[in-house]
Design a protein around this ligand. Sequence first.
Ligand code: MN
Length: 198
Amino acid sequence: MEEHYPFTNEPLPYAYDALEPYIDERTMELHHSRHLQTYVDNLNEIVSRYPGLQRMSLKELILNVPFYPWDIQQPLLDNAGGVYNHKFFFAHMSPNGNRRPSEELQRKIEKEYGSYEAFEQILKEYALSVFGSGYAWLVMDGRENLEMIITHNQDVPFQRNRKPLMGIDVWEHAYYLKHYNDRSSYVDDWLQVVNWLD
Ligand code: MN
């Protein structure tokens, strides 16, 4: 995430309908062309008013939030986090992606959770435990230990010094058109289209 202001919303590397039947075309289109676009636009609008922020990367912007004028701290975090989380999320899905992590990470997952399938079930439990809007993540802490966490709204794992390895968006806009209120079946479907990039 080395990009700088002005931030852009590049086309996805796959078509909106490419994740069918698991994630539907309309959801992908709205999620990318409207939800993410709005975060990008809002972020650019805020940063346009503060030249001192314009050379900072997305990650630097987020990590430095406590030093900004108080009235832009939350909007900046929400929108920069929205951009970061969505770019991460869309990159970690694919119609023909890596359905399993690298051998090294797979070994770590098996050691920590027993098996890849057991890991999927635990990640699903975390995803179902998010009250309201947020994400469930597999992350690595500073000592390279695996950990599962949830974040609310558009908070990002590296605010807690955690490196994200995989993450699922469980805001209702990520699934409501197809899965309605059934987050569980959405998580099952999403697990079919994951793209490991570790
Ligand atoms: Mn989203």
